[in-house]
Design a protein around this ligand. Structure first.
Ligand code: GFB
Length: 308
């Protein structure tokens, strides 16, 4: 991928897409194209093909998706499976039809079986039942991975899939109902401090383990993989370290300066007990995360606290 190549970032306003766009601009890629969802609804195959016919990008970062935390996934599974299947299928098929040189598809660590051995290796895909709370999203993303492989096998398309762990960073979703745990707890603990509340509500038991990667590290991994001549069809990307939800809350409280207690709302789901990624494959290719968790968390909080 040269600086002068035309690069399409699908989902450029989302947390991942905007991080990729930021890094491409900072790295002096001069021919970046993108459209917001009002101008181009990626669920509309006619509109997507018209866009590809007009733009004919050389490279595509497929970061457009319907995403959300455990509660959104559990309550709106039809939206998650429909939107994600439509978006990814339209973009991949148009990328094939209009001769895209390479496409990078973004999935998620929830594609792996609920109780697969940890850390999760790429080869564990489809080796067991999925976590029920986000099965619709996971099945859509697994279909995307298989579509990349099928288009490679039948048409020789250079389509690869990257599976990030839980993410945090700029441009996250802070809605209390639909957000992921990182922004949700950061917001709840901040507000508890400001309002002098004695307790903060943690959904579930606080025992599940989660791994968190800064989205700027993910953006670097995406460009690294796009530039790689030979890379596996499916690659995990993460830090290889995880933390319990309770310890995450305690770490956040330390950074925010909150000294209250935590209470557990067991009416909310825990989801997968653990989903630590094995990142040895991408590490062996030469990419490793850089942003230490506590530093990343501190920087995110400083940037967002006045808006919480
Ligand atoms: O990040 P999260 O919503 O999704 O929840 P997953 C992670 C854990 O944090 C769960 C707990 O055990 C939640 O019960 N948690 C505690 C909270 N307090 C809160 C809170 O206030 N809000 C939220 N949201 N969680 C997602 C998938 O699973 O992982 C997505 O549903 C995607 O599809 C994403 O794959 C990466 O980590 O469980």
């Amino acid at each position: 991928m040269k600086k002068s190549d035309k690069i399409y970032i699908a989902g450029h306003r989302g947390m991942v897409g905007s991080a990729i766009l930021r890094l491409l601009k900072a790295s002096d890629y001069q021919h970046l194209v993108y459209r917001n969802s009002q101008a181009l609804d990626l669920r509309d195959s006619v509109a997507v093909n018209r866009y590809f016919e007009a733009e004919k990008p050389g490279y595509v970062f497929l970061a457009a998706a319907r995403v959300g935390g455990i509660w959104a996934n559990q309550n709106t599974p039809a939206d998650f499976i429909y939107d994600n299947l439509m978006i990814q299928s339209n973009v991949m098929h148009a990328a094939y039809r209009y001769g895209v040189k390479k496409l990078l598809f973004l999935g998620s660590s929830c594609i792996y079986p609920r109780l697969a051995p940890q850390p999760l290796k790429e080869e564990y895909l489809l080796s067991g039942p999925l976590e029920s709370s986000n099965e619709a999203y996971a099945v859509a993303k697994i279909a995307g991975i298989k579509m990349c492989e099928a288009y490679h096998r039948q048409y020789g398309c250079n389509f690869v899939s990257l599976m990030p762990t839980n993410l945090y960073g700029p441009n996250d979703n802070y809605d209390p109902e639909t957000s992921h745990v990182f922004p949700a707890l950061l917001s709840k603990i901040h507000r508890a401090k400001i309002n002098g509340e004695a307790k903060v509500n943690i959904w579930g038991s606080g025992q599940p383990m989660r791994e968190f990667l800064h989205v700027d590290d993910l953006a670097e991994a995406c460009i690294f993989v796009m530039q790689s001549k030979q890379c596996p069809a499916l690659l995990n990307v993460g830090t290889g370290k995880d933390i319990s939800i309770l310890d995450l809350a305690r770490l956040m409280a330390g950074i925010i300066g909150y000294e209250g207690d935590f209470v557990f709302d067991r009416s909310k789901p825990d989801g997968t007990p653990r989903k630590l990624l094995d990142v040895s494959k991408i590490n062996s290719l030469g990419w490793k995360y850089k942003i230490p968790f506590k530093t990343g968390m501190y920087n995110v909080y400083q940037a967002i606290k006045d808006q919480l």
